[in-house]
Design a protein around this ligand. Structure first.
Ligand code: SF4
Length: 700
């Protein structure tokens, strides 16, 4: 074991030791990636690495990361998008790697997992029995008893848990049940003031992370750490972002604000116990106005602010501010932790309502942002105002996608945030949301500003270039390098990309009959073994229904059971097929003969009424770019590459990716999409593909 940092073995030697100990073989792409990560850390230059499935990319970044931690004494942060990868790193890769490298480093590498505070059981909330936040009147009795059972399971688990980590609870529990035992970072009293601070699970997790060489976290916490003024993660100068193709979406979720009848009611319930009734009633009334307005509004993007919505948002904001003022100074109860907890919870909910209402008003420009009575709501005079007036007369705040016009386009250039209305579902009421048009500037300033970032995924080079994603991350030329280490799989020999050019283009009215026939013929040739990736749940269900009558292979559809259970069943029986939508595009890892055919029904463009994607597209167009290519085609390329990536999961796998949408071969943007996919052998001949599938099935 080297005694000091100067004696550390080079990255190549450590990687060889790790690969040998783990029983693997040296892979050129893995060595190349490990060297590039080492160089990026040394030169402090950001790096984007595309590493195909089978490269062994986690070892390729963990080895140089651990070496850097041993050398510098600082932790390296590894961020993932999914719990599955987090678990793989913490439960499998890191323990084995620590064993393998122990004798070669000054100390055994330590690692820890750190999540956001709301993921840990809050001992104070549990002990103090903080008042119930949920509005029981909204529950139906079945939901109440289901939640009651979950609450009981959490209480039993709480007696034994050593980590307090929600993910330990199997099967999982609903957010509603969990909220009764957890607090957000803003609601937390702080370890110094909290009576349970010394035993706090979140604090213990932070402590463990502070002593670790590698801290595994998720993109959401990484974003919060970068954006907040206080540190959430231990001090670090290197971050590895795995599953980096998800970074922009995850960061956007973190910074999306929402306002609805529920968020206002929650604030009223929390504040109502602590302030004069009349002040709380004013907020309650403003919340009721909002509910009435949103109930009749059409869902979708809100391009211009109707006067009625401007007035209501201003009412909500001002009523929330009055409640905040009535609560008094924020540190009033510092020696009374129980009361301090109630006040902190009230402040958090009120701040959220106030700040989100203000943010929504600001999204429409300074005049709207200063709206007091609504009299000064924005009047742009552009053609969209006619829709606004109609909407206002009917009490509706929203509108569909804008028709355009010069003024609207110039507004797009300056607008920084998008507001849209999501329709209510079940117990969830209609909800207004606000999100930034781009998170690139934020990432550039806050994440990339003062640390070295390595971004990696199997899918980063879209259309053969990293430019689309690097633009979304806010990185400029010269600030980063890109590297594609390829894949150990022999794609042209082991996989076929078939585009069904003889089929009609997909329409708006569900799955065309010809598509159902084509899917049936392909599945028959493959003898089952098919993963069907559909662009909507409606199409997945329609295909399942139609084909269950025609085929005699077992056909599973997402939603029949938990996705993990369905994937298990699919993997366990080669004759079985599994159909589904978004979570299957990225989350299925089934090596072996059970997955020989991947069928994709259509190019997965964002829906035309997707508020954020359509606003981003318009914004790019308004600033002189190609909005379709920058947003819709990039989104589709990423998902297509992820979907096609389900086919080859091990060196022995073979099979076919069948895309039924003929536009993949014929449209003007098809080159960009095709260049985003692995280099499979390509054909448009259905007979050839069916023959190949029959041969594969006979040979397995
Ligand atoms: S410090 Fe915060 S999270 Fe921890 S027990 Fe206290 S209130 Fe809960």
């Amino acid at each position: 074991m080297p005694k000091d940092r100067a004696d550390l073995p080079p990255v190549e030697e450590l990687l060889t030791a790790a690969v040998t100990a783990l029983g693997g073989v040296e892979r050129p792409g893995q060595v190349k990636m490990a060297q590039a990560v080492r160089d990026a850390i040394e030169s402090e230059e950001h790096l984007a690495v595309q590493a195909g499935t089978g490269t062994g990319k986690s070892l390729a970044y963990l080895v140089p990361a651990i070496r850097h931690a041993a050398e510098s004494g600082d932790a390296v942060v590894v961020s993932t998008a999914t719990i599955a990868l987090q678990r793989q790193l913490v439960d499998r890769d890191l323990p084995r790697l620590a064993d393998a490298l122990e004798g070669l480093l000054p100390h055994r590498p330590e690692f820890a997992i750190l999540k956001g505070r709301r993921n840990y059981l809050c001992r104070h909330k549990m002990a103090a029995g903080m008042p119930e936040d949920e509005d029981d009147q909204l529950f139906d009795p079945r939901e109440v008893s289901a939640t009651g059972r979950m609450v009981q399971r959490i209480q039993e688990w709480a007696n034994d848990t050593e980590t307090g980590d929600r993910d330990e609870i199997v099967p999982g529990v609903s957010d509603q049940a969990w909220r009764q035992f957890s607090v957000t970072a803003r609601e937390c009293l702080g370890a110094q003031r909290c009576p349970s601070g010394a035993d706090c699970f979140a604090e213990l997790a932070r402590e463990r992370a502070g002593a670790a060489d590698v801290v595994v976290t998720n993109h959401a916490l990484l974003a919060i750490d970068a954006m907040e003024d206080f540190a959430v993660l231990p001090e670090h100068d290197v971050v590895v972002v795995d599953e980096a193709h998800e970074l922009v979406d995850r960061v956007t979720s973190v910074v999306t604000g929402e306002l609805s009848e529920s968020t206002v009611s929650l604030a009223v319930r929390r504040a109502g116990r602590l302030i004069e009734q009349g002040v709380a009633d004013r907020l309650q009334e403003a919340g009721e106005d909002l509910r009435a307005l949103l109930a009749v509004a059409p869902p979708g993007r809100v391009d211009t602010l109707p006067q009625s919505l401007g007035m209501t948002l201003a009412l909500v904001r001002d009523a929330a501010f009055a409640c905040i003022t009535a609560l008094g100074p924020r540190n009033k109860d510092k020696d009374d932790p129980e009361n301090a907890g109630l006040r902190k919870a009230a402040f958090t909910a009120l701040d959220e309502v106030h700040d989100t209402a203000q943010r929504m008003l600001d999204a429409f420009g300074p005049a709207a942002g200063h709206a007091g009575s609504g009299d000064d709501a924005e009047d742009t005079g552009d053609p969209e105002d006619s829709r606004e007036s109609a909407a206002s007369r009917g009490g509706a705040p929203g509108g569909g996608p804008a028709g355009g016009g010069a003024d609207a386009r110039s507004e797009e250039v300056h607008r920084a945030e998008v507001v849209w209305l999501e329709e209510g579902r079940g117990r969830v009421p209609p909800t207004l949301r606000v999100a930034p048009l781009s998170v690139g500037g934020m990432l550039r300033d806050k994440l990339f500003g003062d640390r070295t970032v390595v971004l990696t995924s199997a899918t980063l080079a879209l259309g053969g270039s990293f430019d689309s994603l690097s633009r979304q991350w806010g990185l400029r030329t010269g600030e980063w390098t890109g590297l594609d280490v390829g894949s150990p799989f022999d794609h042209p020999r082991r996989g076929i990309l078939y585009v069904a050019t003889h089929l009609p283009q997909p329409g708006r009215d569900g799955l065309p009959e010809a598509y159902v026939d084509e899917i049936a013929e392909l599945i028959e040739a493959a003898g089952g073994r098919t993963l069907g990736l559909f662009s909507s749940m409606r199409a997945a269900k329609a295909a399942t229904e139609a084909l269950r009558e025609r085929l005699d292979v077992p056909l599973l559809c997402q939603g029949d059971d938990s996705t993990s259970q369905l994937v298990k069943q699919f993997a366990g029986d080669p004759a079985t097929c599994l159909f589904g939508t978004l979570s299957l595009w990225q989350g299925v890892d089934v090596p072996g003969p059970s997955l020989t055919l991947v069928i994709i029904d259509r190019i997965p463009f964002p829906r035309p009424d997707d508020p954020l994607a359509s606003a981003r597209q318009r914004h790019v167009a308004a600033t002189g770019g190609n909005g379709f290519m920058a947003v819709a085609a990039t989104h589709a390329a990423l998902l297509l590459a992820q979907g096609a990536g389900r086919l080859l999961r091990s060196m022995d796998d073979r099979g076919v990716v069948a895309v039924l949408d003929p536009r993949l071969a014929t449209a003007r943007y098809s080159g960009f999409l095709l260049n985003s996919l692995p280099p499979f052998w390509r054909t448009t001949d259905p007979a050839k593909v069916r023959d190949a599938l029959r041969r594969l099935t006979a040979g397995s």
